[in-house]
Design a protein around this ligand. Structure first.
Ligand code: ASP
Ligand code: MG
Length: 422
């Protein structure tokens, strides 16, 4: 018998029929003797619907207090799905109780629409579990010091579930979703992509921040910090699938390198089409230039990703970086208006038709030549690399968007990701 947390995404909670299936699945786990805590998302589409209503009513630049009300509003999606699940569990003959974040309490800071969890009180939940109840806790929401309802950012139910699992020292947190695990790359781009049985938490963190949408990044950070065993698995298997089999399915995010398994050097290929490149040309090469350019960008709340600065020639250099495509026009305008005149740079050029392709693997720490192999594979395909950035366990390149699929497939094959691991 163990304490287990299940998290169900919006699609899994998408209709009363599906909620009934979730209840049957949870009942199977409870009847196998486990103490069960379930964290659901809102029914699919509900959060968008609610926020859409607010948009209809709010002016373009909402005033003070607006974001508090957005959280008050959006949190109702999870309150409804949690109550419905508790009702369905009761209909299955289980004792079940649902709680909103403020009732538990899930305490957060006051950053409305993107609050961070600070602490979770486990007393009430433990008492219910000890009394044999299944406990349903709303995902996505919490409460701040002043008693205001907060939400954790889109996709935040993942983080709720992991944080609750950490607070309760759960044996495992199972995230049921509409994919059956974490893949070597997106199967829509590379049909030979394989599901990973395990992936290290660090790799998962890189993949999440490089564009894989399976888990909210913060939930992976949380899992890493508190060492919560986290599994991503499908909610579309029949609910009565054998529990032993289910417990081993999907992808387990691990914290120790498994010595028994000869791990692949590269575990996955991530890609991201959401970025755009900006180059400031003919910049004087002197102290303070990076700050002058990127400081202005940061002040406008625009996030910068890959950055390169060329060697200077005749005291001048080129400075390039990428931003989210949605911020591209704003960043270029800002640089033209504010930075170009004061900097004495020659020009600003940009390209929105780029993408970033990354190889990720903790094996890169102990193997040399992984990045050069990536560059060779791309050159053999005639793909020009515009920018490169590396960390200990990943290498990313910025290339022309039109070669994205080709690059992903060529790298997937070159690093043997289509071959089953031992
Ligand atoms: N319902 C919220 C959203 O749509 C939270 C979640 O689903 O994780 O973003
Ligand atoms: Mg999600």
């Amino acid at each position: 018998m163990a304490l287990i947390v299940h998290k169900y995404g919006g699609t899994s909670m998408g209709s009363t029929e599906r909620i009934r299936n979730v209840a049957k699945r949870v009942a199977k786990w409870a009847r196998a003797g486990h103490q069960m805590v379930v964290v659901p998302s809102a029914m699919s589409g509900e959060t968008n619907r609610l926020l859409g209503l607010a948009k209809e009513l709010a002016p373009a630049t909402p005033g003070a207090g607006h974001y508090r009300e957005l959280d008050m509003l959006a949190s109702t999606g999870e309150q409804a799905s949690s109550a419905l699940l508790a009702i369905a569990l009761q209909a299955e003959g289980l004792e079940a109780v649902s709680y909103a974040g403020w009732q538990v309490q899930v305490k957060t800071d006051s950053a409305y629409t993107k609050a961070r969890i600070e602490s979770i009180d486990d007393e009430r939940v433990r008492a219910d579990l000890d009394a044999g109840r299944v406990v349903v806790i709303t995902g996505f929401q919490g409460v701040d010091e002043g008693g205001n309802i907060t939400t954790l950012g889109r996709g935040g139910s993942d983080t709720s579930a992991v944080a609750i699992a950490a607070a309760l020292k759960a044996h495992e947190c199972l995230t049921f979703t509409d994919v059956d695990g974490v893949y070597t790359t997106d199967p829509r781009v590379e049909p030979d992509a394989r599901r990973l049985k395990t992936v290290s938490f660090e790799e998962m963190l890189e993949m999440a921040s490089l564009g894989s949408k399976v888990l909210q990044i913060r939930s992976v950070e949380f899992a890493g910090k508190y060492k919560v065993p986290l599994r991503v698995l499908s909610s579309f298997t029949p609910w009565d699938i054998d529990i032993e089999e289910e417990a081993k399915s999907g992808t387990l995010i691990t914290f120790e390198e498994d010595e028994n398994m000869e791990k692949a050097v590269v575990s996955g290929i991530a890609f991201n089409r959401d970025e755009a490149k900006i180059s400031v040309l003919g910049v004087p090469d002197k102290p303070g230039i990076a700050y002058h350019i990127l400081g202005a960008v940061a002040d406008a709340n625009i996030e910068v990703d890959v950055i390169i600065q060329n060697l200077s020639k005749d005291g001048r250099t080129d400075f390039s970086f990428t931003v989210h495509r949605n911020d591209y026009a704003r960043a270029v305008d800002l640089l033209k208006d504010k930075v170009l005149p004061t900097l004495g740079a020659a020009d600003i050029v940009g390209d929105t038709k780029i993408c970033k392709v990354s190889i990720v693997g903790i094996g890169m720490r102990s193997h040399v030549g992984v990045a050069s192999k990536m560059f060779r594979v791309l050159s053999e395909e005639g793909i020009n690399i515009q920018m490169i950035s590396t960390s200990e366990i990943k290498t990313s390149v910025v290339i022309d968007e039109k070669y994205m699929e080709l690059a992903v497939r060529a790298l997937h094959k070159a690093f043997d990701l289509d071959q089953p691991t031992a």
